[in-house]
Design a protein around this ligand. Structure first.
Ligand code: 6GU
Length: 222
């Protein structure tokens, strides 16, 4: 998997790229590449944004700037490539979308700043517009990291334990429900003990108990 992340702040991703699970993914051949939107701007003095038509506060990232950045990297024809603009008004990111994106050979993430992208970036340059939740962030960088993180950990070999990603919160194995509760030592912590069934050694019963707890927690937020 190759993930290119177009941003005005490539430095934000340095910390992300240093984290162990991301480094592991890079070690086995995946690529996460922050691309500076400003580096390829066709405008003078590194300009990337402009005042909004119709007036109002804030600045809007220009569609020709994003077009030039994509063309510099991919040429004029992006083919089947999935280009995902991160914006608060987009489709809500969830586990199913993470799994779907993990099946793509390459991904492009567009992180906006200021008041976001010119609408024509969403309509003409992106294949998807994705939001990570009903709140407004200062920019799409954190959202891009959330998407990259959730997608990378779906890839085979990216986690220490292969099963961890199969039976986890919101996954199909758990019928889309949140994960069951986990316990480890100490058995008795200030009188709060661990459910006896988990110590029983009866794997079928443990499975059943976990599935029940997972169902009890209900379906995740949609
Ligand atoms: Cl993708 N971008 C911004 N700026 N805010 C958000 C978001 C994205 N998703 C939720 N809030």
């Amino acid at each position: 998997m190759r993930i290119d992340i177009f941003t005005l702040f490539p430095g934000w991703f340095e910390w992300f790229l240093e984290q162990r699970h991301v480094r592991n993914a890079l070690t086995i051949g995946h690529v996460v590449d922050p691309v500076d939107l400003r580096a390829t701007t066709p405008l003078k003095a590194g300009q990337v944004d402009d005042t909004p038509y119709g007036g109002g506060a804030g600045m809007v990232i220009r569609v020709d700037v994003v077009e030039a950045a994509l063309a510099a990297r991919y040429g004029a024809d992006r083919g089947e490539r999935r280009v995902i603009a991160l914006a608060p008004g987009g489709r809500r990111f969830d586990d199913a979308l993470a799994a779907e994106l993990a099946g793509e050979p390459e991904l492009t993430l567009l992180s906006g700043r200021y008041e976001g992208f010119d609408e024509r970036v969403h309509e003409q340059l992106a294949t998807d517009v994705v939001s990570i939740g009903p709140y407004v962030l200062a920019g799409g960088e954190l959202a891009a990291m959330v998407v990259a993180d959730a997608v990378l950990r779906k890839l085979p070999g990216a986690l220490g334990h292969e099963e961890s990603a199969v039976e986890e919160s919101f996954s199909e194995a758990l019928e889309g429900a949140p994960e069951y509760p986990h316990y480890t030592r100490p058995y008795d912590w200030h009188g709060h003990t661990v459910p006896e069934i988990l110590l029983s050694g009866d794997h079928a019963k443990v499975r059943e108990w976990r599935l029940e707890r997972s169902r009890e927690r209900g379906r995740g937020p949609t």
